[in-house]
Structure formats: structure tokens, C-alpha cells
Write a protein that binds this ligand. Structure first.
Ligand code: HEM
Length: 212
């Protein structure tokens, strides 16, 4: 049953689109993807600030966290999710223009990565709910690491769509992988350096206060 559905799906999706439909779908697909990713990247960054606000004085913590909660909801509902919907709807449009893509290996791999992205999107909503109810247990450090995941998925999807069935596995690919890992590690080290410096300055300030 599943096999017959997958073989008849391309035929079912083949509408008679006007010639320029493919280019319109692709244009809007790329715009949707850019908006979706801008939202995904900034959303988890806001989660990090939201959790870090717990280190402020209690009065400031409440004010900052209320503001971050508002920004998160607006970013998720007005930018990130609509971007995802435009990207996915236009992707369906692209597939209906050329259903033969559904039989190709690179498209199966792309759909698998997109499923992971959709799961990440859903998980961000779950974290947002936890942050807003004060029950989030993810530390800022863990959230920073989580924020690297969409970068990796983005690189894989763009490579799949550009190289298609000729996905490269040579030196250039490993260079790109190393670059992504280096960038992710640099962000973690920079955050650690900033935290240690803030702790040192606070300790020096306290020592000066005690001496004065
Ligand atoms: C919902 C699942 C998706 C499907 C079914 C899909 C399908 C497609 C198809 C059929 C094309 C046209 C390929 C061509 O013209 O050669 C395309 C283009 C493209 N897609 Fe997707 N896509 C999906 C999600 C995504 C995501 C999540 C990203 C980014 C992370 C993405 C990035 C791109 C880019 C950059 C292009 C333009 C490539 C080019 O013109 O060479 N797609 N997509």
C-alpha cells in the first residue's frame, strides 16, 4: 500500500503549472527559508538571555524576563513559524512542478534533514513554554550548544540542494565541517571568557568596596 502510494504520489502532484511557476516557487521558498532560519537563530539566543537574566538582581530579573518572553512569542509567531510555512508550502509547489525529484536520493536525504529541522522548531516552542512558566532546566551553556544545531542542518541542506546526487565527501567538505566546528567552539569559548571576566570584575569590585 505504502509502495503504491509513493509510486503514484509524483503523478498525483503533477499539476499543469504556468512556465514561470517553478521560478516563483523557488524565489519564495528561498525567502521563506531565510526568514525561518533568522527566526530560529535569534529565538534560541533570546532563550540564552532569558536564562542569564536570572543572575541579575531580583527586581531586574522579572522585568527582563517579561520582556524576553514577549520578544520570544512575537519572534516565534510572527516571523519564525510564518517563514517555515512559506518555505514548506513553496517546497510542495516546487515538488508539484517536478514530482520526479521525489524519486531521487538527494531529495530523500533533504526531507530527512527537514524532518529534523521541524522537530527542532517544535522543540523551540516547547522550551519557550518552559521558559515562560519558569520550569526550563536548560542552562545558558547548553542552550548555546543547542543553537549550533540549525547551522549544521543548514549547511547540509544547502549542500544537498546544490550538489544533489553528487554530494561531495572530499577535502573541501571536511574543511567546511572543520570551519563549522571551529565557529561553534569559538562562540562557546568567547561566552566562557566573558563570564569569567565578569566574575573577576565583580570579585575585584567587592574587594575594593570592602577595602574602602
Ligand atoms: C520542506 C522540505 C523541502 C523541500 C521538499 C524542498 C525542495 C526543494 C526543491 C525541489 C528545490 C528546487 C531544486 C532545484 O531547482 O534544483 C529547492 C531549492 C532550494 N531549497 Fe529546498 N526544500 C525543502 C526545504 C528546504 C530547507 C529547509 C532549506 C534550507 C535550509 C532549503 C534550501 C533550498 C535552497 C537554498 C534552494 C535553491 C537551490 C538552487 O537554486 O540551486 N530547502 N528545494
Amino acid at each position: 500500500m505504502l509502495a503504491s502510494l509513493s509510486s503514484s504520489l509524483p503523478a498525483l502532484m503533477a499539476f499543469a503549472w504556468p512556465p514561470e511557476a517553478y521560478l516563483w516557487f523557488k524565489t519564495l521558498h528561498i525567502v521563506g527559508v531565510v526568514v525561518w532560519f533568522a527566526g530560529l537563530f535569534y529565538l534560541v539566543r533570546l532563550f540564552i538571555y532569558h536564562r542569564e537574566a536570572e543572575e541579575l538582581e531580583p527586581a531586574l530579573t522579572a522585568a527582563f524576563q517579561n520582556q524576553y518572553a514577549l520578544m520570544e512569542r512575537r519572534l516565534a509567531n510572527i516571523i519564525t513559524t510564518p517563514g517555515m510555512v512559506v518555505a514548506v508550502v513553496c517546497a510542495a509547489g516546487l515538488l508539484s512542478v517536478n514530482p520526479a525529484w521525489l524519486k531521487q536520493g538527494w531529495m530523500h536525504a533533504k526531507l530527512a534533514v527537514v524532518a529534523a529541522l521541524l522537530a527542532y522548531h517544535w522543540f523551540c516552542y516547547r522550551l519557550m513554554g518552559q521558559l515562560q512558566s519558569g520550569s526550563c532546566r536548560w542552562s545558558p551553556k547548553q542552550l548555546r550548544a543547542l543553537n549550533e544545531l540549525p547551522t549544521l542542518l543548514l549547511v547540509i541542506v544547502v549542500m544537498l540542494v546544490v550538489f544533489k546526487n553528487q554530494f561531495p565527501t572530499g577535502a573541501a567538505t571536511w574543511f567546511i565541517v572543520a570551519l563549522v566546528v571551529f565557529m561553534a567552539a569559538s562562540i562557546q569559548f568567547y561566552a566562557r571568557w566573558r563570564r569569567l571576566r565578569a566574575e573577576r570584575l565583580a570579585a575585584e569590585g567587592a574587594a575594593d568596596g570592602a577595602a574602602g
